[in-house]
Ligand binder design. Structure first.
Ligand code: 7RM
Length: 701
């Protein structure tokens, strides 16, 4: 088979800007509604700086200060992103227009007319230059058994896997579910989809079979890629049987590709295809499908404020460019670094900072299969020492767990390779920040607290990017990344100017990495993110801007909670609980937890009569949530109540439940809209009793 020579098709930055410029000149500033601004391309005609020579994005950048770069990125996004995309990505056909976006109308398009292939940008371009550089270090569960995969090997594996998918009829546009923990084959499966234009949707391998089938059904997946078992913390987890149970209710699935992670043979049924076996018969060369910039790259399901997870849609060029640029600038990534992001590939952090960002930059990236405490609480730092990790990127929940152990678990390992520390997923509290910075980093590594979302594609707010000399203040000094214009909105939906303000966090300009839609429901996308503040992207988070202009995230404003850095809709848990025949009504809220960040607290109303054996019902409820969603979603607390506090229009007043659960009932706030205020006292008393029982049980244990 002949491989497309992508290099022959790529164009130079200079060429792009000449074309753009000459076209703008012919349209003429006179025709433009804004003087000096070309309406077609929205580029400034008079103020264009000298054209950068091709391929010099980085050297040109290094001469501009961060402050100047940021200014350029927001005052002239076409220039900034056009130049970045031209110089940083390899195109089969260069785009003709940088962007065509209308946030109020729900239209977001970047790099229009361009054609490229993401897997070529993550693999082939590096194989040409350094085929033997290590692309992946698979840090397997058992310490000291890591496996290194070079760029050449990863390209070959990806190509075989892509050919295998094709030979089973998977085509451009088809959806493929990937239900695997972090492993080279999981990465190859993602890149194989990207190579042939199929759309992957990775489902975190901790999700239950029902959660998996719901996602497969929503995406109408044609195939699933999985493995026989997972290995985590010394334990084996049956993944194949979960997939078997899931696909029973998924008629769209024609094939299940099964890889062998362990010796244990999986029972193979009609749909099942042994992955390694079919790959070994395939060619290690697979032509890359040239794809439109706006073709879908992947779907990733995430929780919202309703019971049904949303299939967030990301497309090719804009996503890849944003992931790679943020990977380089936020983490100070340099050639030769060993990038250690310990997130699972099932989350957006794994997509952007284990796979796409690092591979697009030709980095060596770590795939962490284990847990922070296996075989002991020194695991992360022993791994840092053994692999010589330069950037360590993890979640506050793991840090809060580890800081409870003796410092010697950190100190006995050599961490001198570390240069940048990163945190993601939830607010990092001061204690965890200081422990990470001073104990792990010996006070010498910048710690970047990165705020972003599944929907934003990559980091949007982080301490350093906008200004090199900015000091990093513990747990708050966050600044917008290039191209990001955060806006804090007031109660009336008005942008709050100046500093020392807090409100709803929005972003006022589109950026290339942002989500394009919700799969199969664009209206829901518009309603959730673009309608609340017309003309802006609404994040769902609250934020404040300090007197120095730094951003600090205060947390979700909707019914989404964050358990150990995993996003969870309280409505999803309620839906699962409500399936129990003895439970007419429930309300779930999040309450603070010192390690997990937040945990679900369930208020349940039991039907009269069946309430005879509450402990048994509560155990059934726990099982329900574990099978419907995942174990981590099981509420930490259940409080049986007679009624829930409701407004006259029938809405549950969660604010009151939060106050009861966090024992802050001294000031309950305005209760004038409550239908029957006597409910509140009833619930407070029930909670008081529950608290006493729990502390007695604790004493006994
Ligand atoms: C990357 C990721 C997104 C939600 C987001 C926030 C919260 C994430 C931070 C944070 C405070 C942070 N994607 N969040 N990072 N809150 N500081 N540095 O986590 O889609 O799974 O979650 O997570 O509420 O909206 S996600």
């Amino acid at each position: 088979m002949q491989r497309i020579n992508m290099a022959a098709h790529s164009s130079s930055g200079t060429g792009f800007f000449r074309t753009l410029l000459s076209r703008c000149r012919t349209s003429g500033p006179g025709k433009s509604r804004t003087p000096g601004l070309c309406q077609q391309h929205r580029c400034r005609l008079s103020s264009l700086p000298p054209l950068p020579p091709p391929g010099t994005w980085s050297s040109r950048l290094s001469r501009l200060s961060h402050r100047d770069l940021y200014r350029l990125s927001v005052t002239d996004p076409d220039q900034f992103w056009g130049s970045a995309a031209t110089d940083r990505l390899r195109w089969v056909k260069l785009f003709q227009r940088v962007r065509d976006c209308d946030l109020s109308g729900g239209k977001i398009s970047w790099f229009l007319g361009g054609k490229l292939n993401v897997s070529v940008n993550c693999l082939d371009v590096h194989v040409e230059k350094h085929p033997d550089r290590v692309a992946l270090i698979w840090e397997r569960d058992e310490p000291g058994t890591e496996v290194k995969v070079t760029y050449r090997e990863l390209l070959e594996t990806t190509s075989r896997l892509a050919n295998a998918l094709k030979s089973y009829g998977i085509e451009k546009g088809d959806r493929v579910a990937i239900y695997m923990p972090a492993s080279p084959l999981a990465v190859a499966a993602m890149l194989a989809c990207a190579r042939i234009g199929a759309v992957h949707t990775v489902v975190f391998a901790g999700f239950s079979s029902e959660a998996l089938s719901g996602r497969i059904q929503d995406a109408q997946c044609k195939a699933v890629v999985t493995c026989n078992q997972g290995v985590r913390g010394g334990r084996l987890i049956d993944l194949k049987s979960t997939v078997d149970a899931a696909v029973k209710s998924c008629p769209s699935v024609q094939h299940v590709f099964v890889s062998q992670r362990t010796e244990q043979p999986a029972a193979m049924g009609e749909l099942d295809v042994p992955l390694e076996k079919v790959m070994s018969c395939q060619s290690s060369v697979c032509p890359a499908e040239p794809l439109d910039s706006e073709d879908v790259l992947f779907l990733l399901y995430t929780s919202g404020s309703t019971g049904k997870p949303k299939g967030i849609v990301h497309t090719q060029a804009g996503y890849l460019l944003y992931a790679s640029l943020t990977h380089q600038y936020v983490f100070d990534y340099r050639d030769g670094d060993v990038f250690g992001c310990v997130a699972d590939v099932g989350w957006i952090t794994g997509h952007s900072y284990v796979v796409y960002g690092p591979l697009c930059n030709g980095a060596t990236t770590v795939l962490f299969e284990s847990t922070p405490v296996y075989p002991n609480p020194g695991r992360y730092w022993e791994t840092v020492q053994r692999l010589r990790i330069t950037q360590f990127y993890g979640a506050p929940t793991a840090l809060r767990l580890l800081l409870k152990y003796d410092e010697s678990w950190v100190k006995k390992y050599d961490r001198s390779s570390l240069r940048t520390l990163g945190s993601v997923g939830e607010p990092i509290n001061h204690e965890a920040w200081h422990w990470f910075h001073s104990v792990v980093g010996d006070g010498r590594c910048p710690l970047v607290d990165t705020w972003w979302q599944t929907e934003t594609g990559g980091v949007c707010i982080a301490p350093r990017p906008a200004e090199e000399a900015a000091p990093i203040l513990p747990a708050m000094a966050m600044r917008p990344f290039f191209g990001i214009q955060p806006v804090v909105m007031g109660d009336e939906g008005e942008p709050l100017p100046g500093n020392s303000v807090s409100g709803a966090l929005c972003i006022s300009q589109p950026w290339p990495g942002m989500a394009r839609s919700i799969y199969g429901d664009h209206q829901r996308f518009v309603d959730a993110y673009l309608k609340p503040y017309p003309g802006y992207y609404f994040t769902g988070d609250g934020a404040s801007r300090s007197e120095d202009g730094y951003y600090q995230i205060t947390g979700r404003m909707d019914d989404v909670i964050n358990v150990s850095g995993h996003r969870l809709g309280t409505a999803e848990i309620e839906d699962a609980l409500d399936e129990h025949p003895a439970v007419p009504e429930t309300a779930v809220i999040g309450i603070p937890h010192d390690i997990k960040g937040e945990v679900p607290f369930a208020f349940v109303v039991l039907k009269e009569g069946v309430g005879g054996d509450p402990p048994a019902v509560l155990q059934q409820l726990r099982d329900l949530v574990a099978t419907k969603i995942a174990k981590y979603a099981v509420p930490e607390h259940f409080l049986v109540v007679k009624r829930l506090p409701k407004t006259r229009s029938g809405k549950i007043m969660r604010r009151i439940l939060r106050k009861v659960a966090t024992e802050t009932t001294r000031d309950l706030g305005d209760m004038s809209t409550l239908d029957d205020p006597s409910v509140v006292q009833e619930i407070i008393e029930a909670h008081e009793l529950y608290r006493k029982q729990r502390s007695q049980e604790k004493k006994k244990n």
